[in-house]
Design a protein around this ligand. Structure first.
Ligand SMILES: *Cc1c(COP(=O)(O)O)cnc(C)c1O
Length: 393
């Protein structure tokens, strides 16, 4: 009997999962820059359009894109995966596929800026309303449920202050209400958290972050069980056109090979950087899911196997935060995360500037906060860079 790739260790799935070789036996996965495919006969075309195996058109599927989808599904422990052109295409599709006019969504209030725009500005145009809740408060999720609630959305850890939500408990509330739970798992990555195993119905990724991890391409993915992906998303994905380009799929496929190595090293280094920040007298507060002083440390211990590569801390004022950023020599000032290059950003004036101040205060985001994404440089150099910049703050 052939080995079932689902039984492989994660490192093996990352390198060999989904591999589809041509007759040439190429070692590195082939890049199929192909829009369409020819059929051997009219009957063969008929069979393929009827749903038989094989490819039809790049918007529906492509061999390179499928290798990426199959490999990511294996890493996530998901039955099925659909790749998208960006993380936002994945989030938008994951929500739109579950609701129709008159339906209601409940979402954690700390969300990536564009996700909030979709819920607050875009979905209402189609008659879909959202209630935001404090994602750490299970009663708040329960109280927000209406008879027409179809979908829950949560990001955990959340951007930018790394709040962690008990995914299993929220899934129970969603299911009792007849709703599906969508989890944006970008900050945890499939290496440290498996929302489907915790009870979520759908997982979304921006593959732009750790999965590429080298600052090159955009991409995204939706994962879940095969039936749900077919029922909720397949036709929408085919006909509205958010397909991932095969070139980007190839870059991301190669990214998956080293994801585990990169994310573990970045996390190890992030822990050291976080400890240096916590120990410095200029730091008012620090939030890092890998530290025992994280506000939801017990939940982290329950559902995550690593703290991740992002740390947030409060220097008390915008002036101090900006002095810190401007004094960094190795870290770039940039809003991305998950990259091999370390980056730091001031969320209030960049990623979260369009969020009204009252909403920012609700999630505790004041002007002194800095968010850092730790990359693959040497831990000693990064700790020195951060310590020097903190002295200057
Ligand atoms: C970056 C990000 C997105 C959006 O992904 P893009 O690839 O930039 O479209 C969505 N959610 C989270 C948590 C992100 O960090």
């Amino acid at each position: 009997m052939a080995e079932d790739p689902r039984d492989w260790e994660i490192e093996t799935r990352a390198v060999r999962g989904g591999l589809m070789r041509t007759e040439h036996g190429e070692i590195s996965e082939a890049l199929f820059l192909n829009q369409s495919f020819a059929y051997e006969s009219a009957q063969a075309a008929d069979e393929r359009f009827a749903g038989g195996p094989g490819f039809i058109y790049q918007r529906f599927g492509n061999p390179t894109t499928q290798m990426f989808e199959d490999r990511l599904a294996l890493l996530e422990g998901a039955e099925a995966c659909k790749a998208t052109a960006s993380g936002m295409a994945a989030v938008q599709l994951s929500l739109m596929g579950l609701v129709r006019a008159g339906d209601h969504i409940v979402a954690g209030r700390a969300l990536f800026g564009s996700c909030r725009w979709i819920l607050s500005e875009w979905m209402p145009r189609f008659g879909v309303e959202t209630t935001y809740v404090d994602a750490t408060d299970i009663e708040a999720w329960k109280n927000a449920v209406r008879p027409n609630t179809r979908c829950f959305l949560v990001e955990s850890p959340a951007n930018p202050l790394l709040e962690v939500t008990a995914i299993g408990a929220v899934a129970e509330v969603a299911h009792a209400a007849g709703a599906k739970l969508v989890v944006d798992n970008v900050f945890a990555t499939p290496i440290f958290q498996r929302p489907l195993a915790l009870g979520a119905d759908v997982v979304v990724y921006s593959a732009t972050k750790h999965i590429d991890g080298q600052g090159r391409v955009l991409g995204g993915a939706i994962l879940g069980d095969a039936q749900l992906l077919t029922d909720a998303y397949k036709d929408m994905h085919r006909h509205t056109g958010p397909a991932l380009s095969p070139f980007n799929a190839w870059v991301l496929l190669k990214g998956l090979e080293t994801l585990e190595l990169r994310v573990r090293r970045q996390t190890e280094t992030c822990g050291k950087v976080a400890d240096a920040i916590a120990a410095h007298s200029k730091t008012k507060k620090i939030v890092y899911p890998g530290r025992p002083d994280h506000p939801q440390a017990a939940i982290v211990a329950n559902q995550m196997t690593g703290g991740g590569s992002v740390v947030a801390f409060d220097l008390g004022s915008r002036e101090a935060a900006w002095r810190f950023l401007d004094a960094l020599e190795i870290f770039d000032i940039s809003n991305n995360l998950g990259d091999a290059k370390s980056m730091a950003t001031h969320p209030c004036t960049t990623t979260h500037r369009s969020m009204p101040e009252a909403e920012r205060l609700e999630i505790g985001l004041t002007e002194g906060w800095v968010r850092m994404s730790v990359g693959l440089e040497g831990a000693g150099d990064l700790v020195r860079d951060v310590s020097r910049a903190l002295d200057a703050a």
